[in-house]
Design a protein around this ligand. Structure first.
Ligand code: MG
Ligand code: MG
Ligand code: MG
Length: 317
C-alpha cells in the first residue's frame, strides 16, 4: 500500500454486501486478517453493513470470534469490497468512498474511475478465494480463522451440494477442516443450516431479508431472497404471511418483483414465492407454474446460478 493512501485514511474497511450473509461477514474478517498479516499492519478493519443473520451469529459464537462493527455509511472512507461488486448491493455512501480493492465470486457489474485490484474467481465462496491467498502467500491461519472460513464455504456451497460448488471448493473444505480441527465438516454444515432455519422467533420480514439481494434490471427493481433449511416444516403455514410481507415490501420499495426461495437442502429443491407485476414472465424464466403465488422446483438450489441469470435474461432485455 502506498504512503499516500496511509496518510489519507488511517483505517481501511473491509466490508461485504447489504443484508450480510455468513460468507460476506466471514470474508470481511478473514480478508482483513490476511491483509494485516501480509502487510504487517493493522489498518484493515472488518465491518458489516447491518445486523448479522442467524447462521453468522451461530458461527461467531461457536468459534468465539468478535462481531465486526456495523458501518451505516462509508462516505469519505477507504474500503475493500468483498463478496459483492455491484453498487446496488453495497453499503450506503459507497459513491463517496475510495474503493481500494474488490474480491468477489459473483458476476461483474463494476466500473470505477481509478485502476484498482480486482480479484474474481468463479468459485463457490469468497472465502475459498481468500484461503487460496493465505496459501499462496504462506500466511499462517489460526484455528478459529480456519473454522470461520470453512463455515462460510459450507454455507455458500450448501454443504458442497450447490451447483456453484467447484472441485477447488471441495479440496479446500477438506484442508480447512483439517486446519480447524473439525472432524466432520458435514455435521458442522448441518448445524449451520439448523441455526439458520431457527426462524420461530423471526418475523416474516426478517426471514425475507435474511439473505436478500437487489437487482436493477430494465423492467424494474427485483428483490430476491433465499432461505435454506434442513427442515421445510419450519416454513409450513407461513407462506401467506410471507407473501403478504413481500407484497408490502414491493409497494413500499417500488419493486417490480419480490421473490423468495425457500430451499430444502436435504430434498435439494426450492419453493418459490413470488409477488410480481407480471408473474407469468417469472414463470416462464424459471420454468415453473405458480399456484397461489408459489411453486416448488426440483433441483433449484442456487440464486446466483439458477435464478439471477434467467431472470436477468428475461427482464433486462
Ligand atoms: Mg454473499
Ligand atoms: Mg459469497
Ligand atoms: Mg448464500
Amino acid at each position: 500500500m502506498s504512503y499516500e493512501l496511509r496518510v489519507m485514511s488511517n483505517k481501511i474497511y473491509v466490508i461485504g454486501h447489504k443484508t450480510p450473509d455468513l460468507d460476506s461477514v466471514a470474508a470481511a474478517i478473514s480478508y482483513a486478517n490476511y491483509k494485516n498479516k501480509l502487510e504487517n499492519t493493522d489498518v484493515y478493519m472488518p465491518a458489516v453493513t447491518g445486523e448479522i443473520n442467524l447462521a453468522t451469529k451461530f458461527v461467531l459464537d461457536k468459534f468465539n470470534i468478535d462481531k465486526p462493527k456495523i458501518l451505516e455509511s462509508v462516505s469519505g472512507q477507504s474500503v475493500i469490497l468483498v463478496d459483492h461488486n455491484e453498487f446496488s448491493q453495497a453499503v450506503n455512501g459507497i459513491e463517496k468512498a475510495k474503493i481500494i480493492e474488490v474480491l468477489d465470486h459473483h458476476k461483474m457489474d463494476f466500473s470505477y474511475a481509478d485502476p484498482i485490484d480486482i480479484l474474481v474467481r468463479a468459485w463457490g465462496s469468497s472465502n475459498t478465494i481468500i484461503y487460496h491467498l493465505y496459501k499462496a502467500h504462506n500466511i499462517k491461519i489460526e484455528k478459529d480463522m480456519a473454522a470461520l472460513m470453512l463455515s462460510a464455504v459450507l454455507d455458500d456451497t450448501i454443504i458442497a451440494k450447490s451447483p456453484t460448488c467447484t472441485p477447488i471448493d471441495k479440496e479446500y473444505i477438506a484442508e480447512l477442516a483439517r486446519l480447524a480441527g473439525v472432524e466432520d465438516w458435514q455435521a458442522l454444515g448441518i448445524e449451520i443450516f439448523k441455526a439458520k432455519s431457527n426462524i420461530k422467533d423471526s418475523s416474516a420480514l426478517e426471514i425475507i431479508k435474511s439473505d436478500y439481494k437487489d437487482y436493477d434490471l430494465r423492467a424494474g427493481k427485483f428483490g430476491i431472497g433465499q432461505v435454506e433449511t434442513v427442515d421445510m416444516g419450519d416454513f409450513k403455514g407461513r407462506e401467506a404471511e410471507l407473501l403478504e410481507e413481500m407484497k408490502k415490501l414491493k409497494e413500499s420499495d417500488s419493486y417490480y418483483a419480490v421473490i423468495l426461495l425457500i430451499t430444502d437442502i436435504l430434498k435439494q429443491g426450492s419453493t418459490v414465492l413470488t409477488v410480481s407485476d407480471e408473474p407469468e414472465r417469472v414463470e416462464k424464466a424459471l420454468e415453473i407454474k405458480f399456484d397461489n403465488n408459489q411453486a416448488y422446483k426440483e433441483g433449484l438450489m442456487s440464486r446466483k446460478k439458477q435464478v439471477a441469470p434467467v431472470i436477468t435474461e428475461e427482464f433486462d432485455k
